[in-house]
Design a protein around this ligand. Structure first.
Ligand code: UT7
Length: 326
């Protein structure tokens, strides 16, 4: 029996940066950003607020929605590419703010696939009886690692968090029904933050050369993303004997509306049944799927019993897809 999402919540920093605002920062236009990506605005963190603060707010909302107290959480997994510190983990910074017991908490580094990787791990922990309730979170403070002089990247990303309480499914046709995940590190260089780890520690020149920011070969990433998301989505549908027509809502990772449309076309899905938040949040990496799920629930687009498909692609490269009963 698979594990199900019992409650979902998100944290959205109040400060909004519109495409028009970006026109004053780099040589870009609202028209270019909207037509090439589907993004209209993104939210960015205020100074003094950390990724772990977003984790805390989203997790508190998810626990309230699930009717689960902090004492009942057995494990917390935080998918993030923008941790508060390299060590300790963002999860450890958030643990006391949440009042969790002395349970295992850790960060999961799978970039945009962090939430789906985390859900897969939670499912395994619950199925094997090692945990009953797992907090699975995607949280990002990407505005802190952007090169605000590089129009190729700074217009794409935003900040936010989404959290799910994952617990036991209520029957065989409930919760996680099929999954596919993978990675291909041979193309890791195409999307990375080169400095700040141990390979390239901080020096005056790494800072001057802006090596502590997102570097991306956008075009190549785009092609890999379409192929991997479509392949993973196809795999989970065929594993379970469902077809694209059975899917009530497709909630993909949101990097570029053109990637999503291409995936929808190739997998035989429909845009009418695809839930988009890219316009309001930009690419929020690991947070984008759980933030979208939280909004879909509050807008009434997602109800108990719906069949949901999610697919992701991100730095690594990593990818994942999941078919789950809400
Ligand atoms: O989260 C998972 C990982 N990330 C992704 O999946 C992102 C994947 N990549 C993409 O979404 C797209 O490749 C981008 C949105 C990053 C770029 O779109 P594109 O259609 O691939 O554009 P391009 O990189 O081929 O650039 C086309 C033109 C270039 O000008 P020239 O060389 O043709 O004169 C760029 O310099 O657009 C220019 N350009 C811009 N113009 C205005 C690039 N960024 C901007 C900008 N404003 N912000």
């Amino acid at each position: 029996m698979g594990a199900r999402i019992m409650g979902i919540g998100s944290a959205v920093p109040p400060k909004v940066l519109t495409n028009k605002d970006l026109e004053a920062i780099v040589d870009t236009s609202d028209e270019w950003i909207r037509s090439r990506t589907g993004i209209a605005q993104r939210h960015v963190l205020e100074d003094g607020v950390d990724c772990s603060d977003l984790v805390t707010e989203a997790a508190q909302k998810a626990m309230a929605a699930a009717g689960v107290t902090p004492e009942e959480i057995d494990v917390m997994i935080v998918g993030t590419a923008t941790p508060d510190t390299v060590f300790p983990s963002t999860a450890c910074w958030a643990q006391p703010k949440l009042g969790l017991r002395r349970i295992p908490v850790f960060d999961l580094s799978a970039a945009c696939s962090g939430f789906l990787y985390g859900y897969q791990l939670a499912d395994s922990l619950i199925e094997t009886g090692k945990a009953k309730h797992v907090l699975v979170i995607g949280a990002e403070a990407l505005s802190r690692v952007l090169n605000w002089q590089d129009r190729n990247t700074c217009v794409l990303f935003g900040d936010g968090a989404g959290a799910a309480v994952v617990g036991p499914a209520e029957g065989d046709d409930d919760g996680l029904l099929a999954h596919s995940w993978g990675a291909d590190g041979s193309v890791a260089r195409l999307l990375q933050q080169p400095a700040g780890g141990t390979r390239m520690p901080a020096t005056e020149s790494t800072v001057a050369d802006r090596m502590h920011t997102v570097h991306m070969a956008g075009n190549e990433v785009f092609k890999h993303a379409v192929k991997a998301m479509q392949r993973a989505a196809g795999e989970v549908l065929s594993q379970n004997g469902h077809t694209a027509d059975d899917v009530d809502l497709f909630v993909p990772h949101q990097a570029n509306v053109r990637i999503i449309k291409a995936t929808v076309d190739r997998a035989g899905l429909s845009m009418d049944k695809t839930y988009l938040v890219l316009d309001r949040y930009g690419n929020v990496s690991a947070a984008s799927i759980p933030m979208a799920l939280a909004d879909a629930v509050s807008e009434g687009r997602l109800k108990r019993g719906d069949l949901v498909l999610s697919a992701s692609f991100g730095a690594g490269f990593t990818w994942a897809a999941m078919l789950y009963r809400w």
